[in-house]
Design a protein around this ligand. Structure first.
Ligand SMILES: [Zn+2]
Length: 412
């Protein structure tokens, strides 16, 4: 199955069919070490080790990641993220080691596998699975709905789990009023963002990932945005077509988010944001959270990663995903941490430091920059940002302050 960055969902999404086949979680293999990076800049490169003051800054800051696909792993495979999971970019131990304070767990219904009649129910099932993880680990993970709850949990040393629904098809099936009722149901369950589309166009509007790339927001999409604004569910513009982006950023009366997209000026792929889009998000008061996936950060890497998707793989999809990740780790030259900082710096320059944030896409992409391979590595990003010349204040905004501001603005 070829997905590429137009439709990256990772193994966990690809493998939704596996529970039906009776596949159980197997002992995890250790991924092969990545080759040494080349072409890193001396400042803020992969070699930047966090000094004590950088570490202190990182621990003090509220660190928020707006997109991880880990939900698929515990919903469909019963993988316990309370225990170390070498196959996952995010488990509770790695999150604590990385100083992460809040994660938006993506609620993603794979439209190529789940029947349309079950889209909304399947989204609710994933939320239930996240609630079960929180109930089983009350001292380590709590569902959060507001910026105030994120701050309180952070002060108590507990990871906040926020709910982000990826793809407006999770409102289907049904007519307009029914889908709006499904939106209200998701909001009652704690959903704080809805990505208007995934790679599939839907009743709301066109997607960047299919032939809807030339279509914008529908009249129903306008209604959905008005209701999201009323409910305080953030409008997430990652994955949408360019026309949908422009229609939606004009329609939303509240600040918008791009939960996992990088800069199109640096990496020209449809999933990334043009400079004009960055400026529009800034004017709207929203934020663009950079996707860490190597293919989102480097166009050459994107090309090479596409070849990985088309290679023949074993029918056991977990084994297939391990191979894809191993192949991704061996693509040379790998993308550097400095390149990730380039994207953050570009967005900070074009949109301003109040409008840039972190949307890793952990457990959703096959390859990540050297030094940022999983959530435990986040302190190195703080060190790299400081080494690049970002002020303490701006680093705190990028790590989480900007997302808290957008969340809070949507609560009003
Ligand atoms: Zn996505």
């Amino acid at each position: 199955m070829t997905l590429s960055t137009r439709g990256t969902i990772g193994f966990w999404g690809i493998a939704l069919v596996l529970p039906l086949l009776g596949v159980v979680a197997a002992a995890a293999g250790t991924p092969a070490p990545a080759p040494a990076p080349t072409g890193g800049t001396p400042d803020g490169g992969a070699a930047a080790a966090p000094g004590p003051s950088d570490l202190e800054l990182h621990r003090r800051a509220i660190v928020i990641d707006t997109h991880a696909d880990t939900t698929q792993a515990f919903t469909y495979f019963g993988i316990d993220i309370a225990r170390p999971q070498p196959d996952l970019d995010l488990d509770l131990g790695k999150a604590a080691a990385g100083g992460l304070d809040a994660e938006f767990f993506s609620i993603f219904v794979f439209p190529r596998v789940v029947k349309p009649a079950e889209f909304h129910n399947e989204a609710l099932r994933q939320i239930e699975a996240l609630e079960r993880v929180a109930r089983a680990n009350p001292r380590r993970l709590r569902i959060a709905r507001t910026a105030a709850e994120v701050r309180a949990n952070a002060a108590a040393g507990v990871l906040s789990a926020l709910i982000g629904v990826e793809g407006g098809h999770a409102l289907a099936p049904g007519d307009g009023p029914t889908q709006l009722e499904h939106l209200r149901a998701l909001a009652r369950r704690g959903a704080r963002y809805l990505t208007l589309t995934w790679s599939n166009s839907n009743d709301i509007g066109g997607s960047s990932g299919d032939d809807g790339e030339v279509r914008g927001l529908t009249p129903f999409g306008q209604e959905v945005i008005a209701e999201m604004n009323r409910l305080g569910v953030m409008v997430d513009l990652s994955h949408v077509s360019d026309p949908t982006f422009w229609d939606a950023v004009r329609a939303s009366k509240k600040p918008v988010l791009a939960s996992h997209s990088s800069s199109r000026a640096l990496t020209n792929i449809p999933r990334n944001m043009t400079d004009a889009m960055l400026k529009a998000v800034a004017q709207n008061g929203g934020a663009v959270c950079v996707n860490f996936g190597s293919a989102f950060l480097d166009a050459d890497f994107h090309e090479r990663e596409n070849a990985i998707w088309s290679k023949p793989r074993p029918s056991d999809r977990r084994a297939a995903w391990r191979q894809i990740r191993a192949d991704g780790a061996h693509l040379t030259p790998p993308v550097t941490l400095a390149r990730l900082v380039d994207h953050l710096q570009h967005i900070a320059k074009v949109a301003g430091p109040d409008h840039v944030c972190l949307g890793s896409d952990y457990d959703g992409v096959p390859a990540l920059p050297v030094g940022m391979e999983n959530v435990s590595k986040l302190p190195a990003l703080t060190a790299a940002l400081r080494a690049r010349g970002f002020s303490v204040e701006d680093v705190e905004k990028i790590l989480g302050g900007n997302v808290l501001r957008v969340l809070e603005a949507n609560e009003k």
